[in-house]
Design a protein around this ligand. Structure first.
Ligand code: SAH
Length: 360
């Protein structure tokens, strides 16, 4: 038996090649594209505007789904977490975060993660494998279909953040291919301007990303203002230290469009990196490298069993933010979403039980 092709990850030209390969006219490729991405259908039998013989042929050689939802958790704040499995049995997690005006879907780029950030639960899984283009896109389709049903339109617009499990810049090609497909107008139509990719700081990829013609927004997870601390919290710093990272950030800054800024994420860990001195060091670092078009997202640590860190005291968060602002740096505190269902930042670790630690 030859393996069936997962068409969700095929671009329009790849679909054209696929249909001609099975002896069909080229325009059938676009019909399939619209059905999978525009109408979010996952069963070829439901594409009733295609001849039955063609649908049968498709079912013989291809699928439009490769992820199975194992569980779905709904937080008291409306956030939903999906725990899925790939067809070779690896966990994939996606989080749907409703806000008043717009939905945000947080998708994963890898199953597990190879980076060993000390404060993150996903790190405990290690890297299981990179997700395919189709597996990246299907997460978004699954979340939208769960919330709105299989339909062409969603009542709200959708933002995407590549902030789920894994390091997007270590699965760069698949990530970029997925983003290109998701931005097609007759597909999901989620354009790069609505997408933010978050990285721990894979320096060569930051530069490559800066040079993409139509690229999404960038967030860099910093979480420490000096090398000693960052080496301890994020071992990736031993490969690319702060000087290299800040130079890459500077390079990226040059590529910003008019009015655009980029983000540094800073996880606040109680008593570890949340002092007034740390805030001043952070502001100094930005000045040293001439980083003016940035905003800082402060993320109070989300606790979970197995993580040896505490959330910051509320007055530390206020003080940290105030110090940055007094130095002219925009700083925002990210409101945790879905902590009770292990859906918040740093909590994606394929958990199938409720969170008993640190739930408000
Ligand atoms: N690997 C990429 C993509 C994941 S984004 C990256 O790290 O940028 C997830 C964000 O959550 C990162 O900014 C990370 O620093 C942050 N994070 C990880 N563990 C956390 C925790 N326990 N509490 C709060 N934020 C956490």
């Amino acid at each position: 038996m030859t393996e069936k092709q997962h068409l969700t990850g095929f671009s329009k030209s790849e679909l054209a090649e696929f249909v001609t390969g099975i002896g069909e006219p080229i325009y059938r490729g676009n019909q399939i594209f619209k059905a999978i991405h525009g109408r979010r259908l996952k069963d070829f039998s439901d594409i009733t505007d295609l001849p039955k013989s063609f649908r049968d042929k498709l079912n013989d050689s291809a699928v439009a789904t490769a992820l199975v939802v194992e569980s779905r958790y709904v937080s008291e704040d409306g956030t939903r977490r999906y725990l899925m499995k790939t067809d070779d049995g690896y966990p994939v997690e996606t989080v749907f975060i409703p806000t008043e005006n717009r939905d945000t879907i947080c998708f994963s780029s890898q199953s597990g993660c190879p980076l060993k950030c000390d404060f993150c639960l996903t790190a405990k899984l290690g890297l299981l494998r990179n997700l395919s283009v189709g597996e990246i896109i299907e997460q978004v389709i699954i979340a939208l279909n769960d919330v709105y049903g299989e339909a062409a339109n969603t009542p709200h617009g959708t933002n995407l953040v590549a902030m789920g499990a894994g390091e997007p810049f270590l699965n760069f090609e698949n990530l970029i291919a997925a983003i290109e497909i998701m931005s097609e107008e007759d597909g999901l139509f989620i354009v790069p301007n609505r997408i933010t990719v978050s990285t721990v700081g894979i320096v060569p990829r930051i530069k490559e990303f800066a040079e993409l013609e139509n690229r999404p927004h960038l967030a860099i997870s910093l979480s420490a203002p000096n090398d000693d601390l960052r080496d301890r919290l994020m071992p990736v710093n031993k490969k690319w230290n702060l000087d290299e990272l800040m130079n890459a950030a500077k390079f990226f800054q040059e590529s910003l469009r008019r009015g655009e800024r980029f983000t540094f994420e800073y996880v606040l860990l109680g008593g570890v990196n949340d002092s007034s001195e740390n805030a001043r060091q952070l502001a100094d670092l930005l000045v040293k490298y001439g980083l003016t078009r940035v905003k800082i997202n402060l993320i109070p640590h989300n606790s979970a069993e197995g993580l040896d860190y505490e959330p910051p005291a509320p007055e530390r968060v206020k003080d940290f933010k105030a110090i940055l602002e007094s130095r002219g740096v925009s700083a925002y505190v990210r409101t945790p979403r879905g902590r009770d269902i292990f859906a918040a930042c740093g909590q994606l670790a394929a958990k199938s039980e409720p969170n008993l630690v640190g739930t408000p």
